[in-house]
Design a protein around this ligand. Structure first.
Ligand SMILES: Nc1ncnc2c1ncn2[C@@H]1O[C@H](COP(=O)(O)OP(=O)(O)OP(=O)(O)O)[C@@H](O)[C@H]1O
Ligand SMILES: [Mg+2]
Length: 234
């Protein structure tokens, strides 16, 4: 009999119970949503909970977030990134998309060295959109994305990639990616009866039984909390 798939719990309240315990080990997971939909908080929470609950170091690669501001904002959720960094459990890497492109050409480079040195098990790229924008043609976009995914797989990390997606009509700027990733999680922030409502949908997760419903979620003082009992219909 085949051994059961090992799961990496995200530690995101409510999420793991929807997906048989967490992300598949070594999988690449896309978290897509519009501005302010909660992508960064979701991604950081995945790293912080890995560090706190599983003692798994995580690497956060960003093209957009400024370290000082992010560290300050995350304190609101009780996540002390500076402390985790000192303990070697959280590594912040500010990269330009061009630098990542260089990493691809060199086949690993600095990111690989950091992952090896810190024994990181979790990886976030926030966001993949600016990286995908470096490539004009669909084909080269797809080739570059596949090369990046191969590298991530070689690094032995479980990854969350965020993607800016405002309309959820399948026209991700990272459209080339959607068939290649192991899972797609959509975060919504939609107006209903005059007020914005947050919702989360698991569009796909390979090898995993997951609900087809869209669930309400809140950003609380503990970060993202998914209300698995409350469906959002729109
Ligand atoms: N401490 C907090 N408590 C409750 N809600 C918060 C808190 N901090 C931020 N938020 C909410 O989360 C939103 C930002 O979430 P996040 O930065 O994860 O979004 P994002 O999808 O990454 O956005 P962007 O596309 O701009 O990168 C804010 O606009 C706000 O609505
Ligand atoms: Mg963000």
């Amino acid at each position: 009999m085949k051994a059961a798939v090992s799961r990496i719990p995200t530690g995101i309240s409510g999420f793991d119970s929807l997906v048989q315990g967490g992300f598949k080990k070594n999988s690449i997971n896309l978290v897509a949503g519009g501005a302010g939909s909660g992508k960064t908080i979701f991604a950081i929470q995945f790293l912080v909970q890995g560090a706190l609950q599983k003692n798994e170091p995580g690497v956060y690669i960003t093209f957009e977030e400024k370290k000082e501001k992010l560290y300050e904002d995350m304190l609101d959720f009780g996540w002390d990134l500076e402390k985790l960094e000192k303990e070697g459990k959280f590594i912040f890497l500010e990269y330009t998309p061009e630098q990542v492109k260089k990493v691809l050409i060199e086949g690993g480079g600095t990111i690989e060295a950091v992952i090896a040195k810190t024994k990181a098990k979790r990886l976030v790229i926030d966001s993949i959109t600016s990286f995908a924008l470096l490539y004009q043609e669909e084909l080269s976009k797809k080739e570059a994305s596949l090369a990046l995914f191969d590298l991530i797989t070689d690094w032995g990390c479980t990854a969350v990639l965020t993607s800016e997606d405002d309309d959820h009509k399948g026209s991700f700027i990272a459209a080339a990616l959607e068939f290649e990733v192991d899972s797609i999680i959509l975060l919504y922030y939609v107006k209903q009866k005059g007020a914005r409502v947050r919702a989360m949908e698991i569009l796909k997760m390979r090898g995993t039984k997951h609900p087809g419903k869209t669930f309400a979620f809140n950003i609380t003082d503990k970060g993202v909390v998914i209300d698995t009992k409350k469906q959002v219909i729109f």
